[in-house]
Design a protein around this ligand. Structure first.
Ligand code: AMP
Ligand code: GLY
Length: 428
C-alpha cells in the first residue's frame, strides 16, 4: 500500500523506518519530512499543519493510509477531513484529540470515569484560580489547558508563585488562547513512565513501556524540553504496574471516550506517575506517539507496522499479530546549543556514515534538512540516536558509540540517559 506520513521530526522518521520494513507497504510519502525520511520516502513540500493541502494530496495520489504524527493537525481535524474523503487514517478525530488538546477536557474525563490522576481545579476566571491556589497551601502545577508545544506545565513552589504564573497565563497572554483556561494540580511524587496503547475505536493493545528524560540537563536539571532521550522497556513498569494501568487507566478512559461520543483510534499515550505507594496516576494523555520515546519503542516492535496501523484505522486490531522483541533500546537526543531556548541553525552535520556503521544502532533525524548534498541542522532537537541490544547496558553503549562519532557546531546531549534504568537494574 501507499502511505502518507504527516510530520517531520524524529518520531516520524522512526515510523517511516519501521513502515519501510513492512511487507504491506511499498510507497511512503513524508510531509514535510526531513533529511532522514528522504532516504526512505518521498518528501512532499506540504507543512504538517496545512490540513487542506494534505488531504488533497492524499486523494490525488490515491494514498491507502494516512498516518498523522504530531498533535496539532489532529486537533485541527486532519483525521476527520481525510476520513470524509474515504481514506483510512491512523490518528484520532478532532473530538477525540481533545484528550491532549484540552487539559480541562482530559481532567474532567478522568474525574467522571474514575481514572486516577492528580487532584485539580479548572478555571477560566483569574480570581477564582488564585483563590484555589491559595487554598492548597502546598506546591502545585499550573497548566495552560490548550496546546503549548510541551511548555504549558509550570511548577509553582507556593501559592504566591502560583499567582504570578496564573497572571502570566490568564491576564498577560503568555500562551495566547491556550492559557485562558488553566488547570491547577497537586504535585505528585514518583517516577514517570510512558505507556502507549494502539487503539482501533473499540479494542486496544499496549506497546512496550518507555521512559523519557524531559529536563535539558544531566541529573534531571534545568528547563523542560520535548525530551532529551528515552529507553524501553522501563524497569519501573513492572508486569503488575502494567496490569494496573490497563485496568485502572486505559480501559476506563477508552470506555469513557466512547460514552462521550468520541471513540478513540490511533495511539493513546498515557504519561503515568508511579507514585511512592506503587499506584499509577495519570500525568497527561497525548493523542499521538511520544518523541523521543518512539525512537526506543518501535525498534523493539516485531510486526508489520503498516498492517498494524491499517488495522487500527479500520477497527480490526484483533486481526493482526505482533510481539515485543527481547532486549532493550535506548535513544540519545543530540540538540542545538541553546535549546530549549533560542539556537542557531544551518550547521553541517558530520559523521553520519560512521554512526550508521555502528552495530545495533540507528540514526533518526529530527531537525535536519538536505541542502545540495549536505545534511544541515534545522531545529532544536537535531538527531535521535538509538542503540539496541540484549540488555540495557549493551543498548546504551551502542547508542553512545554512535553519538560520539557525530559532530556539529554547538552540539550538546545528555551523558546520563537511562540513569534510572541503570540504577534499577544494578539494584536487582
Ligand atoms: P505535562 O505537560 O502535563 O505533560 O507536564 C510536563 C511534565 O511536568 C510531566 O512530564 C511531569 O514531569 C511534570 N508534571 C506535570 N504535572 C505534574 C504533577 N501534577 N505532579 C508532578 N509532576 C508533574
Ligand atoms: N516526549 C514527550 C512527548 O512526546 O510528549
Amino acid at each position: 500500500m501507499k502511505v502518507l506520513v504527516v510530520g517531520g521530526g524524529g518520531r516520524e522518521h522512526t515510523i517511516i523506518w519501521k513502515l519501510a520494513q513492512s511487507d504491506s507497504v511499498d510507497t511512503i510519502y513524508a510531509a514535510p519530512g526531513n533529511a532522514g525520511t528522504n532516504l526512505l520516502a518521498t518528501n512532499v513540500d506540504i507543512g504538517a499543519e496545512d490540513v487542506t493541502a494534505l488531504a488533497k494530496f492524499a486523494v490525488s495520489e490515491k494514498v491507502d493510509l494516512v498516518v498523522v504524527g504530531p498533535e496539532v493537525p489532529l486537533c485541527m481535524g486532519l483525521a476527520d477531513i481525510v476520513e470524509e474523503a474515504g481514506i483510512p487514517v491512523f490518528g484520532p478525530s478532532a473530538a477525540a484529540a481533545r484528550i491532549e488538546g484540552s487539559k480541562a477536557f482530559s481532567k474532567q474525563l478522568m474525574k467522571k470515569y474514575n481514572v486516577p490522576t492528580a487532584a485539580f481545579g479548572d478555571f477560566e476566571n483569574f480570581d477564582e484560580a488564585v483563590a484555589y491556589a491559595q487554598s492548597l497551601d502546598a506546591d502545585m502545577w499550573i497548566k495552560a489547558s490548550g496546546l503549548a508545544a510541551g511548555k504549558g506545565a509550570v511548577y509553582a513552589a507556593d501559592p504566591d508563585e502560583a499567582e504570578k504564573i496564573l497572571r502570566g497565563m490568564m491576564v498577560e497572554d503568555e500562551f495566547g488562547d491556550s492559557g485562558h483556561r488553566v488547570v491547577i494540580e497537586e504535585n505528585m511524587k514518583g517516577e514517570e513512565a510512558s505507556i502507549f496503547a494502539l487503539c482501533d475505536g473499540a479494542d486496544y493493545r499496549l506497546l512496550v513501556s518507555s521512559q523519557d528524560h524531559k529536563r535539558v540537563g544531566e541529573g534531571d536539571t534545568g528547563p523542560n524540553t520535548g525530551g532529551m532521550g528515552a529507553y524501553a522497556p522501563a524497569p519501573i513498569a513492572t508486569p503488575e504496574l502494567i496490569a494496573r494501568v490497563e485496568k485502572e487507566v486505559i480501559e476506563p478512559t477508552l470506555a469513557g471516550m466512547a460514552s462521550e461520543g468520541c471513540p478513540y483510534k490511533g495511539l493513546l499515550y498515557a504519561g503515568i506517575m508511579v507514585t511512592e505507594d506503587g499506584a499509577p496516576k495519570v500525568v497527561e494523555f497525548n493523542c499521538r506517539f511520544g518523541d523521543p520515546e518512539t525512537q526506543a519503542v518501535l525498534p523493539l516492535l516485531d510486526g508489520d507496522l503498516g498492517e498494524i496501523m491499517m488495522a487500527c484505522a479500520t477497527g480490526k486490531l484483533s486481526t493482526v499479530d505482533f510481539v515485543t522483541s527481547d532486549g532493550f533500546a535506548m535513544c540519545v537526543v543530540m540538540a542545538s546549543g541553546g535549546y530549549p531556548g533560542s539556537y542557531k541553525k544551518g550547521y553541517p552535520i558530520n559523521g553520519l556514515f560512521e554512526a550508521a556503521a555502528v552495530e545495533g544502532a540507528q540514526v533518526f533525524h529530527a531537525g535536519t534538512k538536505l541542502e545540495n548534498d549536505d545534511v544541515l541542522t534545522s531545529g532544536g532537537r537535531v538527531l535521535g540516536i538509538t542503540g539496541w541490544g540484549k540488555d540495557f547496558f549493551e543498548a546504551r553503549d551502542r547508542a553512545y558509540k554512535a553519538v560520539e562519532s557525530i559532530s556539529f557546531k554547538d552540539v550538546f546531549y545528555r551523558n546520563d540517559i537511562g540513569h534510572r534504568a541503570a540504577a534499577h537494574l544494578k539494584n536487582k
